[in-house]
Design a protein around this ligand. Sequence first.
Ligand code: IPD
Ligand code: CA
Length: 252
Amino acid sequence: MKHYLETAENAARVAGELLRKNFQPQKHSVLRVNSVQAHDLKLEIDVSAQELIAKLLLEEFPGHALYGEEGVVGDQSSEHQWVVDPLDGTVNYFYGIPHFCVSIALRLRNEIMVGVIYDPIRDEMWSGQKGEIPKLNCRPFHVSDRADLSEAVISVGLSKTSEMIDSNFPLLQQMIHHVRKCRVLGSAALDMAYVACGRFDAYIERGISLWDIAAGWLLIENAGGTVDLRPRPDMKDKYSIVATNGVIDLKL
Ligand code: IPD
Ligand code: CA
């Protein structure tokens, strides 16, 4: 499994470097935009980063498949499937907000075996494999031990369509009065990484995709937390997620 982890870390670092080099904190107009919606954007660099990751992973493991935000590659019935978000936090990236990451997980017959999240701005690499204590830049980490809701810092994702915003906003309204702070930072994968290493006590969102949270799922569970992921019956391939340090009661 070490080979899988090392290959995922390398792919995340190489894609992260591409993102960092092209990141424009002051003038974003030269970035090529592929599509625009009311509450979302897709950039050409999302696609370039995924192509780079796919090349690095599938050259090493030609029999594997890739399921990514920018499309699928290979035979999706393969036992080994890489679940990839090449740029999580695309809107932040476009607006010059230095909070985004690369997220890569390996699924074997529906079980996540390896998870890597890389923040190229802060040069932070969270990585873990099944059954082992995960590491942040080579140092082991654990979820927080805060059990008291009034002391908690919680991230609430608002997602990206009007319908999903309507289902997330009441959560934010409800939580904000009970916790120390709610945060809406715009990268689900970094939210998961922050819960895993104890910066956040929980992260909740209704209407998330597997590539947003697959790597973080393994990191949180291996760091002692819990992840409750439920498919949304009303939306294909979308999930509701409650990820916590395992001791806090969110009273949802
Ligand atoms: C989005 C971000 C955001 C979350 C959305 C995601 P993207 O991913 O993670 O924080 O609220 O649900 O779709 O589009 O930046 O890769
Ligand atoms: Ca994403």
